[in-house]
Design a protein around this ligand. Sequence first.
Ligand code: GLN
Length: 240
Amino acid sequence: MSGGVRIALLLPDLLGTYGDRGNVLVLEQRLAWRGIPSETVTVLSSAPEVPESCDVYLLGGGEDVAQTAAMRVLSRSPGLQRAAARGVPVLGICGGLQLLGTEFTTGDGVRHEGLGLVDAVTEPAGERAIGEVTANSVLAGVGMLTGFENHLGRTRLGAGSVPLGRVTRGTGNGHERAEGAVRGHVVCTYLHGPILARNPALGGLLLEWAMGAPLQPIAEPEELAALRVERTRVRARNPK
Ligand code: GLN
């Protein structure tokens, strides 16, 4: 990682609903506050190949057609799969979650094979799940997650993955109150927000995995202010 942390933003021309691209800005800024250089590698769907040498990979959400097109690109050039097999962290959101699973069926009833980085099967439901979500994360130190969801698919996890969290409000995966999926350093979620702006601890964990070193606590007024604003929002949503 001599040239700094390499952040791969995958297929933002296909995947990236509700400002998911903001997750990259959050990672860049948190590194910059610590004086750690970073380089963002934006991989468009027209790129000849997906690089496998990045330190963290991000995929946003997408409509069914865009998601299926993204799946075709990623299965053609297995840079993401190779990096994930080495333990490089991956964050997949919504449509990104679905295509990182083993299979997904789109709203038109067509079944598609996924990349299989998490053990998850998605099928369409009768109605979209739309709205605010809160969930308690199973990842150490991450705590409560909040975000916004808008999806038709419902996702059932197999034995090879654990949920990212347990839903306390909203739908999430739509089965067993699970939200998202985790397998090793591959983290998938239905939460937009962008999720790493609304949940700084999750972004911190991804950066620690990316760097293989703890993220040093520093005096970061902006970061702490963002956290305070988010906690205020959470309390407002869960009055008691
Ligand atoms: N196309 C998927 C669904 O509707 C994912 C949607 C999204 O990424 N917002 O379930």
